[in-house]
Design a protein around this ligand. Structure first.
Ligand code: RIB
Length: 293
């Protein structure tokens, strides 16, 4: 089994349920308030480890209850947490999440300790990154750190999305945005995504395997000959889509770490995320291997 390292965020998710997300200047009532461990980096590490992958997490939490709960959750999934920094005087990252009646979410992230995942810290754990086969990155830690981390197989989940410099994209193994994210990544926010065209653009920029997720329509990539390849979604009744994309990334990495083809890894990831959307929260909704099988 190949080794996976996830360099990324750790958040505590404060989740409430609304009929519909508020518009600008609007106030709406939320139903309940749940605390659940989240953060795109932690979620992806959790998903992969819970499915049996060998995963080490690089990240930072505050010396607070949220940080301790986050570490416990990662340990529960089997993630190696020994290199996670616990920093005094700063709060663990926080995400305020409103989930609507369709299960779709709006998220505000307050980075907290995630901002301390800097170059100096990455240097101190360089040996862990170098000893890994797959490095997973997202964009909830300082962007400078994302650009600095080098690995063998780098999977970049470009969320929260921003325009990305060609130098960062060039040479990445997998870039996995959704349709909204890809347009921001390419600096064409507001334009409608044409998945095949955008995949070719990423390929021309030097991404070995670009993937675009299409929500309930599954995902697509390019095959060896550059033809569009679609992987359908597994039908599911969505209750809460929070973290479904992270579950997808973690499950895909787990399957790749086992030596499977990208096509097989995408099918596995589609099944994992279909299960995740049927349950509330990010990490607590992620499936174990036997459920997927
Ligand atoms: O992708 C879902 C995650 O985004 C949540 O768990 C939240 O913490 C934010 O990072």
């Amino acid at each position: 089994m190949k080794k996976i390292v996830v360099v990324g965020s750790i958040n505590m998710d404060y989740v409430t349920h609304v009929q519909q997300q508020p518009g600008v200047g609007e106030t709406v009532s939320g139903q309940g308030l749940d605390l659940k461990p989240g953060g795109k980096g932690a979620n992806q590490a959790y998903a992969a480890a819970y499915l049996g992958a060998d995963v080490t997490k690089i990240g930072a939490v505050g010396n607070d209850a949220a940080g301790r709960m986050s570490l416990e959750s990662l340990k529960h999934a089997g993630v190696n947490t020994e290199y996670i920094r616990t920093v005094k005087g700063v709060s663990t990252g926080t995400a305020l999440i409103a989930v609507n009646a369709e299960g779709d979410n709006s998220i505000i992230v307050i980075p907290g300790a995630n901002e301390l995942v800097d170059r100096a810290y990455v240097d101190s754990v360089k040996h862990v990154i170098e000893a890994s086969d797959i490095v997973i990155l997202q964009l909830e830690i300082p962007f400078e750190t994302v650009c600095y981390v080098a690995g063998k197989t780098v999977i970049l989940d470009p969320a929260p999305a921003r325009e990305l410099p060609k130098e960062l994209i060039c040479g990445l193994t997998i870039v996995k945005p959704n349709q909204t994210e890809i347009m921001k990544v390419l600096g064409r926010e507001g334009e409608t995504c044409q998945p095949e065209r955008e995949l070719h653009t990423l390929k021309e920029m030097g991404v070995a395997h670009p993937i675009i997720t299409l929500g309930s329509d599954g995902c697509c990539t390019l095959d060896e000959s550059g033809n569009l390849e679609r992987v359908p979604a597994v039908k599911a009744k969505a209750v809460d889509t929070t973290g479904a994309g992270d579950c997808f990334t973690g499950a895909m990495a787990c399957s790749l770490a086992e030596g499977n083809s990208l096509e097989k890894a995408l099918e596995f990831a589609a099944k994992a995320s279909a299960i995740a959307v049927t349950r509330a929260g990010a990490q607590p909704s992620f499936p174990a291997r036997k459920e997927i099988l």
